[in-house]
Design a binder for this molecule. Structure first.
Ligand SMILES: [Zn+2]
Ligand SMILES: [Zn+2]
Length: 158
């Protein structure tokens, strides 16, 4: 019925083609695996001291996803109940076997989940759209001037 031709045309024009992001990943030891079909709401780098401590690095990289869009399989995540600037809890979830940070639930942002993007199987597509907590960024880290950068949390849009 001509469907083959139509599919080919769609392929060539890029319609219905490859997604910008591929959200499939897991922890270092492989006990935790996850995937999501959702389009990211935001990608961000966080330079806060809590992220520096948790990652033992200079910053966290996050893919922000709609709440509930992440399917997690395997080992049940452990959680550390941190406190955000809002005074509300931040549940930093990690693999109980290898300690990889997987996702944070921030009570102050109840509609989203903050996926630790270094755990993606292929994190190479990640490009930050925002830097936050630049007030505590490490002195050797250069912050991209082409995207928004905030000293602390970004201003609330509403
Ligand atoms: Zn693990
Ligand atoms: Zn942070």
């Amino acid at each position: 019925m001509g469907m083959g031709e139509r599919d080919r045309a769609a392929e060539e024009s890029g319609e219905g083609g490859e997604r910008m992001s591929d959200i499939v990943g897991g922890c270092l030891c492989g006990s935790v695996r996850y995937e999501s079909e959702a389009e990211p709401i935001l990608t961000a780098v966080c330079h806060c001291r809590h992220c520096q401590k948790q990652t033992s690095s200079a910053f966290s990289i996050f893919v922000v996803l709609p709440k509930g869009s992440l399917r997690i399989e395997g080992e049940a995540l452990a959680a550390f109940e941190d406190v955000g600037e809002s005074g509300l809890p931040v549940f930093r979830k990690f693999c109980p076997k290898c300690g990889s940070a997987i996702v944070s639930e921030v009570v102050a942002t109840p509609d989203v989940e903050w996926l630790n993007a270094g755990t993606l199987d292929d994190p190479s597509w990640f490009r930050p759209q925002m830097h936050m907590w630049c007030g505590s960024s490490q002195p050797w880290v250069s912050i991209d001037e082409d995207i928004p950068a905030y000293a602390g949390n970004p201003p609330q849009g509403d």
